[in-house]
Design a protein. Structure first.
Length: 406
């Protein structure tokens, strides 16, 4: 399996749901959607629809359709109903937020399907500002049909509300991998994990299909046991990712490519380890893992002379540790970032500082890293040596590559 889409395109994928309608009438007088009734345009396959906001004010037209032409004028009233978000989140295990007060307006909420037609005039949703939007949150505007007059046709329940998912283009910082920065940070406290999700974003640049490992990350207990180890091209695996989690090994189905952003999500639910690539399930294997006590982060491959021999050129950001398994919809919802106060998020390094060598834990749980206090096994003898100069090799980048639709 070869993935050719990047984070920007993947972040715009919507959760599958709703109903699938099929038009069977070439004349267009009666639209056969398998169900007769009224529905908000665009919700036929999925009620969640992308609304790109590059600048404010930004507008989105919302219309209502009938599955057949109406005999007389049908008048409908639409409204923004925040309670619909709670309902959707509970049903679909998502974590959407309603836009802050004053950020959105609904113009012309009363629309009409004129006699002899099947689609209404449009109401307009206007996002007037995004100043109060919090980074990492996914905002939606739920527009629903509140009242219908002039017809006995029912509202199709699963399509009477459209959720306009605000998609903002974000230009972000990341770290450019450098072998001189390869080292470890050992925290003064651990994170106990019986179930977990580990996540990281990477932008490969050095994939070459060479028959040697390219290791780039490890999340470990202090003694390096029960690690998550990630490396490409182990045993001539043709640009596939080898994953080792607490001794459980597998190689991805995805054949990765240079020049694309990937969100890697590793989920352990108590019996299964799953890898998701850009929100899509890649591999699952059965496993039984006792509690992991995360306490150590390795950037690159830091052991002895392997800093250069197994160096992998890439960019990275958005490293997250959760103490629960995320659902597929939650993973997909976090393509651009997540709310630092999300349930179960124990540590979160955005790597978006843009300068210096201190990486802040966005959760506020106290897992900040000062890379001038990193250390590594320089002599391959098990003795950890302070590596303050590793901090001098941290390289920050922010350019047109580092853009994502949030």
């Amino acid at each position: 399996m070869k993935l050719k889409f990047n984070i920007i395109s993947a972040a715009l994928l919507m959760l599958t749901g709703g109903m699938t309608f099929t038009s069977c009438n070439s004349e267009g007088d009666d639209f056969d959607y398998n169900k007769a009734g009224l529905f908000v345009s665009g919700t036929e396959n999925n009620p969640v629809v992308k609304f790109v906001v590059e600048d404010t004010p930004a507008s989105y037209p919302v219309t209502v359709q009938s599955t057949k032409k109406v005999d007389q004028d049908v008048k409908l009233t639409l409204a923004i109903d925040a309670s619909k978000i709670d309902e959707y989140n509970k049903t679909n295990t998502t974590n959407y937020f309603c836009v802050p007060d004053g950020a959105v307006e609904l113009e012309n909420p009363q629309v009409t399907i004129s006699a002899g037609t099947a689609i209404s005039t449009a109401t307009t949703v206007r996002v007037v500002n995004t100043d109060a939007f919090e980074e990492g949150r996914t905002y939606v505007v739920p527009v629903t049909v509140k009242a219908v007059n002039g017809t006995d046709e029912p509202l199709i329940e699963t399509s009477k509300t459209i959720f306009l998912r605000i998609s903002r283009i974000i230009n972000f910082y990341s770290i450019q991998a450098n072998s001189g920065a390869s080292s470890n940070y050992i925290f003064d406290k651990d994170i106990p994990l019986k179930k977990l999700t580990y996540e990281v974003k990477i932008y490969p640049q050095g994939l070459s299909r060479a028959n040697y490992p390219q290791r780039f990350l490890a999340l470990e207990q202090e003694d390096e046991s029960k690690s998550l180890l990630l490396r490409f091209n182990e045993a001539n695996s043709d640009n596939k990712l080898q994953v080792i989690l607490a001794g459980n090994k597998f190689i991805s189905n995805t054949e990765f490519e240079n020049g694309h952003w990937y969100l890697l999500s590793f989920v352990y639910d108590g019996s299964t380890i799953s890898l998701y690539v850009n929100g899509v399930l890649d591999t699952s294997i059965g496993a039984k893992i006792d509690e992991i006590k995360f306490k150590r982060y390795e950037m690159g491959m830091s052991w002895g002379g392997y800093t250069t021999r197994q160096f992998f050129s890439h960019r990275f950001c958005e490293l997250r540790i959760w103490d629960r398994p995320l659902s597929p919809s939650e993973i997909l919802g976090g393509m651009a970032g997540v709310d630092p106060h999300s349930d179960g998020l124990k540590a979160y390094w955005k790597f978006n500082e843009g300068n210096g060598c201190i990486f802040k834990d966005a959760t506020g749980n106290g897992f900040d890293m000062d890379w001038s206090k990193s250390q590594r096994d320089v002599s391959e003898n098990g003795v950890m040596v302070p590596t303050p100069k590793a901090a001098e090799s941290i390289v920050w980048v922010k350019d047109d590559i580092n853009k994502v639709a949030q």
